[in-house]
Design a protein around this ligand. Structure first.
Ligand SMILES: [Fe+2]
Ligand SMILES: [Fe+2]
Length: 133
């Protein structure tokens, strides 16, 4: 049975966001624990982050959100483009308006990186679909 249009679909997307955030936090916590000389705790955070990553992948599976590679590339081009040209541009503008210049610069840097990701994925999508040899 498909989850399309159900409350569970929304819950799965919320769970996905949570698992991804937790994974990234745990990776950062692992690095901090390592810096502080707590090697066993660093390893625990690292291993738990890997578990959260697996949970996130399982959730994407239930959502049917992983397609073939060409579709995945095309979707990724769109999302990287949106981040680079719309979302982070706006976040940069807001940060600058609020006098948070370092954060504005950071978002500007993200725009450049996401645009680079977009270009790389686009190139691969073209190659894969045979538009370019
Ligand atoms: Fe989890
Ligand atoms: Fe990106």
């Amino acid at each position: 049975m498909s989850v399309k249009g159900t409350k569970t679909e929304k819950n799965l997307w919320l769970a996905f966001a949570g698992e991804c955030q937790t994974r990234s936090k745990y990776l950062s916590y692992s690095i901090k624990a390592k810096e502080e000389g707590h090697d066993t705790i660093a390893e625990a955070f690292y291993n738990t982050a890997k578990d959260e990553d697996i949970h996130a992948s399982e959730i994407l599976g239930y959502l049917g959100a992983v397609n073939n590679t060409l579709s995945n590339l095309k979707l990724s081009v769109q999302s990287e483009y949106y981040e680079a040209e719309t979302l982070y541009r706006e976040f940069e503008r807001v940060a600058r308006a609020e006098g948070l210049e370092d954060i504005a610069t950071f978002f500007n840097h993200l725009c450049e990186k996401e645009a680079q990701h977009q270009a790389e994925f686009l190139e691969m999508a073209k190659e894969l679909s045979g538009e370019k040899k």
